[in-house]
Design a protein around this ligand. Structure first.
Ligand SMILES: *[C@@H]1O[C@H](CO)[C@@H](O)[C@H](O)[C@H]1NC(C)=O
Ligand SMILES: *[C@@H]1O[C@H](CO)[C@@H](O)[C@H](O)[C@H]1NC(C)=O
Ligand SMILES: *[C@@H]1O[C@H](CO)[C@@H](O)[C@H](O)[C@H]1NC(C)=O
Ligand SMILES: *[C@@H]1O[C@H](CO)[C@@H](O)[C@H](O)[C@H]1NC(C)=O
Ligand SMILES: *[C@@H]1O[C@H](CO)[C@@H](O)[C@H](O)[C@H]1NC(C)=O
Ligand SMILES: *[C@@H]1O[C@H](CO)[C@@H](O)[C@H](O)[C@H]1NC(C)=O
Ligand SMILES: *[C@@H]1O[C@H](CO)[C@@H](O)[C@H](O)[C@H]1NC(C)=O
Ligand SMILES: *[C@@H]1O[C@H](CO)[C@@H](O)[C@H](O)[C@H]1NC(C)=O
Ligand SMILES: *[C@@H]1O[C@H](CO)[C@@H](O)[C@H](O)[C@H]1NC(C)=O
Ligand SMILES: *[C@@H]1O[C@H](CO)[C@@H](O)[C@H](O)[C@H]1NC(C)=O
Ligand SMILES: *[C@@H]1O[C@H](CO)[C@@H](O)[C@H](O)[C@H]1NC(C)=O
Ligand SMILES: *[C@@H]1O[C@H](CO)[C@@H](O)[C@H](O)[C@H]1NC(C)=O
Length: 765
């Protein structure tokens, strides 16, 4: 504990204590680990692509008064519907900033689209799709005058199986998430809108994410206690890709890391982010996540949202009395203004907030965010995140059935369609209408909603066939001439709560009731996270199962294209579906405060990198459906593995390397290239996701280190190739504080999923 006291003293009355309990800070037992102090905060240098933007920003900063500088560092009250606003400074032509939610589309306003959510894009395993979706979302934010998109999410990564916000991100695998966030950052920012990749870092549960007062006693946020190797190999990995892609902002999270609040943690902000990764943009708080005043400034925080009670004029006082350097304030402001120039928002941007009325019910002008150009990408991104996991008796695709029966609350639309996405409650499922996006700030606002039932009716109209439904009963009557019975259920999640479980009895009973009466029962689950299926997956009458994730507003249209074979399922699971919940082990549930440590809830990441498939492989647990799994209407055959070392120079880190955005540039040197041939050996055209896993000496059995999605017509072949760079083949050395290649034999696996790997090879370094 005394180490914390020392830090407090050093920083001059900071407010580690502001939100910390006043009692029982006497025992070391509360502190699994402290974050080592890393000061001073590195100044942005304007490296690489930032040079011009930094020059312009420095010129502007030189003209600002202290009060103007202070105003740039904190949000202010607004009459717009923006989630946060930085006031304009008309004297120097700075037009201000509007920042708004979130990573799956613009929330809480009209004339925008509801895009497929992060988990759906993760299930698509398609980098081009991730890029296009991001580019179009960025264009919508731009037209609506939103300078900064509050996303994408790569934390939570998905450590906790029941995590309430896992669906906002892509996958619990860092490589897959990293590849998709890279494209997302490029896509959004290519449209002239910034991103604030979030939530940095260790935001892996909703339980105890914020400090609260329970029975008159202050309870701190949960502390994510993560060792140095694990944070690098798992949780920091996708942030590194986001920084490398040029993410102009990073949002610090609500949690504590090693007992220090994320927005005042000098090790994660000054150390990992600004020194090791060479981050040039600014750190913005999650809403209300600032708990320390000068401490957070010195730890590397640059902007407070939605407003600041702790900064303001206190920063100038602190500069005057020596507890903060004037250069720190200039650095904050330079970083913020540099992003404005970097995105050309000084010359090419609408009035900030122009399309964001305080309420859609108030008098306002229509500002159209959508464009007809987006239609193709909107539908395609809805299609590709569906994962077919069971298909027997030729159940799918449907062959012009004369009668289809539809069951389940999730088939129909809601009573009212609102732009104001709700923060939901702690609920397993049964939101009583089709689930197309999760709840909370990551929710989005549809222009319309194509429900499964609407789309099936349209199909029946076109085919002159019949569709009947009962979307309320749990034990519906079934017309025995039904050629297919479609059952729609969902699994809900929302910000603010972790999920109460990975199944719900009401929905499972509905499925088994229908399956008892219909020998061609096809189950569609809209799932905002992992959903287990053990109750009925082996039922002989359950002939097909689709994990439909969160497709956005084109949900029904996309699904019917797949059911009727106009599109071939190409999604793959971005997580593991276990046979039973307990197989997730210690990371099934979020950490709960334990007596006697209740005032300072702790979450020890003792499992290290062994989450999801890494843990199942390590413990030899057979999953129901493994990571990377998904069926197609065709089959693919793998052959001709070639593994070759392309760079003779496998020396460890050349120490001279200068840090660029994303870290040491030598990390991206290609060391090994792997190629393979994939053939479409079935009877319809299809898309395959060829996956490469590597077993690094002394590491997990295997880890995803490459994937390529290819379209292959019937009978044709495609060559897939994977470039393995230094980071892909290294492990983090705590002693060297570097990524180091391992001397020994690496295993190489290529195939259809993490457990269906027909091609194996190896190489040695
Ligand atoms: C402080 O913690 C100890 C256990 O270490 C416990 O016995 C005691 O009741 C706690 N005191 C308060 C005021 O919570
Ligand atoms: C957290 O503590 C662990 C264990 O002491 C250490 O390995 C790690 O570097 C620390 N991380 C941070 C961000 O403080
Ligand atoms: C700073 O912000 C405050 C509150 O929004 C405002 O009243 C003041 O005029 C601003 N100062 C300058 C110099 O822009
Ligand atoms: C602000 O813009 C006006 C009009 O373009 C220009 O004349 C003026 O010089 C600008 N002021 C500053 C401080 O850049
Ligand atoms: C990947 O996504 C793009 C953009 O949506 C799409 O055009 C392409 O067909 C997809 N690729 C595969 C192989 O499915
Ligand atoms: C300075 O900080 C104190 C709390 O430490 C706060 O009450 C006060 O409002 C702050 N002043 C300004 C100008 O923000
Ligand atoms: C310096 O000013 C800051 C901000 O008002 C205050 O929190 C801190 O206690 C002061 N420190 C000293 C040594 O006066
Ligand atoms: C959904 O419907 C069921 C059954 O009619 C009801 O018990 C439940 O409260 C409803 N749930 C929600 C979230 O509306
Ligand atoms: C399967 O469905 C048929 C009706 O088509 C029903 O008679 C049979 O009992 C069902 N099988 C089971 C195992 O429920
Ligand atoms: C399913 O039931 C229908 C009639 O209800 C029957 O025609 C068909 O042969 C059955 N299919 C199987 C695979 O048992
Ligand atoms: C091979 O490695 C050396 C040393 O790390 C590096 O300078 C070079 O750029 C690499 N070549 C390729 C093709 O990545
Ligand atoms: C798959 O490839 C192997 C050899 O590469 C070949 O012998 C086999 O016939 C192929 N299978 C199909 C179904 O095309």
């Amino acid at each position: 504990m005394h180490r914390v006291t020392v830090v407090i003293a050093l920083l001059g009355g900071l407010s580690l204590c502001a939100a910390a309990p006043s009692q029982n800070i006497t025992s070391d037992v509360y502190f699994y680990g402290n974050s080592p102090p890393v000061y001073p905060s590195p100044e942005g240098t304007g490296t690489g692509a930032w040079a011009t933007a930094y020059e312009k920003a420095k010129e502007l900063v030189a003209q600002l008064t202290d009060e103007e500088k202070l105003n740039l560092t904190a949000g202010t009250s607004t009459t717009t519907g923006c989630s946060g606003v930085i006031a304009a400074i008309p004297r120097v032509n700075f037009t201000g900033l509007c920042v708004s939610d979130a990573g799956n589309g613009l929330r809480g306003t009209d004339h925008v689209n509801s895009w497929a959510s992060g988990i759906h894009v993760g299930a698509s395993w398609n980098k081009t799709l991730a890029h296009e979706r991001a580019q179009y979302m960025g264009q919508e934010f731009h037209r609506k005058g939103v300078n900064l998109l509050l996303g994408p999410v790569v934390g939570p990564l998905g450590r906790v199986a029941e995590g309430g916000r896992n669906w906002e991100g892509f996958s619990n695998d860092p490589y897959l998430t990293g590849a998709l966030v890279y494209e997302t950052v490029r896509g959004v920012q290519g449209s002239g809108v910034g991103v604030s990749t979030k939530h940095y870092i260790g935001n892996e549960q909703e339980t105890n994410r914020n400090p609260e007062t329970v029975d008159g006693v202050d309870v701190a946020s949960v502390s994510s206690n993560i060792d140095d190797k694990t944070i690098h190999e798992l949780y920091l990995w996708p942030f590194q890709d986001a920084v490398r892609a040029g993410s102009v902002a990073i949002m610090c999270s609500y949690e504590r890391i090693n007992n220090s609040y994320a927005c005042q943690n000098s090790k994660t902000l000054n150390g990992l982010l600004k020194t090791e990764l060479g981050f040039q943009g600014y750190v913005i708080t999650d809403w209300g996540a600032q708990h320390g005043g000068i401490a957070s400034a010195n730890a590397g925080l640059d902007m407070v949202m939605p407003d600041s009670t702790l900064w303001g004029a206190n920063l100038t006082t602190a500069i005057a009395n020596g507890s903060m350097e004037a250069s720190r304030l200039d650095d904050m402001v330079t970083r913020i203004l540099a992003t404005w120039y970097q995105l050309n928002q000084d010359t090419d941007f609408p009035t900030p907030g122009i399309g964001m009325p305080s309420s859609v019910d108030s008098e306002h002008q229509a500002v159209i965010g959508t464009s007809p150009d987006e239609k193709g990408a909107l539908l395609q991104s809805a299609v590709e995140g569906h994962v077919l996991v069971k298909n027997t008796n030729g159940a799918l695709p449907l062959q012009s059935p004369s009668l289809v029966s539809v069951f389940g609350y999730d088939a129909k639309g809601p009573e009212a369609l609102s732009f104001v996405a709700s923060f939901g409650t702690y609920s397993p499922a049964i939101q009583n209408s089709t689930l197309y996006v999760g709840g909370g700030s990551g929710s989005n606002s549809p222009s319309y909603l194509s429900t499964p039932l609407d789309a099936l009716q349209q199909q029946a109209y076109e085919d002159s066939t019949a569709v009947v439904w009962d979307v309320s009963s749990q034990d519906p009557d079934v017309d025995p001439t039904s050629e297919a019975c479609l059952v729609f259920i969902n699994s809900y999640a929302t910000e603010g709560f972790d999920r109460p479980g990975l199944v719900d009895d009401w929905s499972d009973t509905l499925v088994t009731n229908v399956a008892g009466k219909c020998n061609n029962t096809i189950v569609v689950i809209h799932n905002a996270g992992i959903r287990l299926v053990y109750d009925w997956i082996d039922h002989a009458n359950v002939t097909a199962v689709i994990l439909a994730h969160l497709p956005g507003q084109d949900t029904g249209h996309a699904l019917v294209n797949l059911l009727y074979g106009r599109a071939n399922p190409s999604g793959r699971l971005p997580y593991t579906i276990a046979k039973q919940a307990s197989d997730y082990g210690s990371v099934l549930h979020p950490s709960e405060p334990q007596t006697p440590y209740g005032l300072f809830p702790q979450s020890d990441y003792a499992e290290g990198v062994y989450i999801d498939y890494r843990a199942f492989d390590q413990q030899n647990i057979t999953p129901q459906f493994e990571f990377g799994f998904g069926l197609s209407y065709t089959t693919f055959n793998y052959s001709e593995l070639d593994v070759r070392q392309t760079n003779g120079s496998t020396s460890q880190y050349p120490p001279s390397a200068t840090i660029q955005e994303g870290g040491n540039p030598r990390l991206w040197d290609e060391i090994v290239k792997v190629t393979a041939t994939v053939q479409n050996s079935g009877s319809v055209d299809g898309d395959e996701v060829a996956q490469l896993y590597v077993g690094i000496p002394n590491g997990p059995v295997r880890q995803l280190r490459g994937f390529e999605k290819v379209h292959i017509p019937v009978g044709q072949t495609a060559q897939v190739s994977f470039s393995l760079v230094r980071r892909d083949l290294s492990t983090w050395s705590v002693d060297a504080q570097q990524w180091l290649l391992q001397l020994g034999t690496y295993q190489v696996y290529v195939g259809r999923s993490s457990r269906d790997l027909p091609l194996t090879g190896q190489f040695s370094l």
